[in-house]
Design a protein around this ligand. Structure first.
Ligand SMILES: C[S@@+](CC[C@H](N)C(=O)[O-])C[C@H]1O[C@@H](n2cnc3c(N)ncnc32)[C@H](O)[C@@H]1O
Length: 216
């Protein structure tokens, strides 16, 4: 899939907005999902694409970003991967919390431009990869973050096994999740719970309970 001007598409179809549960951060976000989803399919000339996740700050990511911003001692000087970064929300939070470097990873073809624009908007440096990191052993970094990655069963099983592999290699692993159906808390330590403003466009409630966990 190729896109002529992904940054132009993002700037034309989103606006810079404060993240409700992490107002220190502003992101290029959409107000409604259906129009931008249709435009994405037109832009890429394909139907049945996944939603434009990068255009929203998901409740799992918002909770995790809040926790990251409030715990800079955990992130100061650390190398971080924000897996399934979407907009780059958690990556921005990690840099604001003093991380040495953050690599944002996502397979969506718009994410590289979204992460670049959102890094600029927040005055931080973020690296990006569109490689599917799940296809190999996890990168050897100090910390792996994953915000809202348990929304489908196959993805949940695969990501959680991969994150456990990262933990076994010695990385700290932090997960933000709004208690989605496939998310299991065994082997996790609960760190925080938040009531996160989201939108009925995306979720069943306007406020979602979102928790942050570390892998044991
Ligand atoms: C619900 S969104 C969460 C985005 C962001 N972390 C947040 O909380 O706002 C899930 C993201 O997972 C990404 N994703 C799905 N499979 C992936 C994979 N194998 N590697 C990297 N990202 C993936 C999607 O493209 C999407 O951006």
């Amino acid at each position: 899939m190729t896109i002529a001007d992904p940054a132009g598409f993002i700037l034309a179809n989103t606006r810079l907005q404060t993240v409700p549960h992490a107002p220190e951060i502003s992101l290029w976000l959409a107000d409604e999902i259906t129009p931008i989803w249709k435009l994405t399919e037109e832009e890429l000339g394909e139907l049945g694409l996944p939603p434009p996740f990068w255009a929203f700050a998901w409740s799992g990511g918002q909770g995790l970003a809040r926790w990251v911003l409030d715990n800079p001692q955990t992130f100061a000087g650390k190398t971080v991967v924000d897996f399934a970064t979407g907009s780059g929300l958690v990556g921005v939070a990690a840099m604001k919390a003093g991380a040495a470097s953050v690599l944002c990873a996502d397979i969506d073809p718009f994410c590289e431009a979204a992460v670049r624009l959102n890094a600029q908007a927040n005055g931080v440096a973020l690296s990006f990869t569109d490689a599917n990191l799940l296809d190999a052993a996890p990168p050897e970094v100090d910390i792996l973050c994953a915000g809202d990655v348990c929304y489908e069963k196959p993805m949940t099983d695969r990501v959680m096994a991969w994150l456990r592999q990262a933990r076994a290699q010695g990385s700290q692993v932090f997960i933000g999740d709004p208690h989605r159906t496939y998310f299991r808390t065994d082997g996790l330590t609960h760190l925080a719970e938040y009531q996160v403003p989201t939108t009925r466009e995306l979720e069943d409630f306007a406020i979602k309970r979102s928790s942050v966990f570390s892998l044991d």
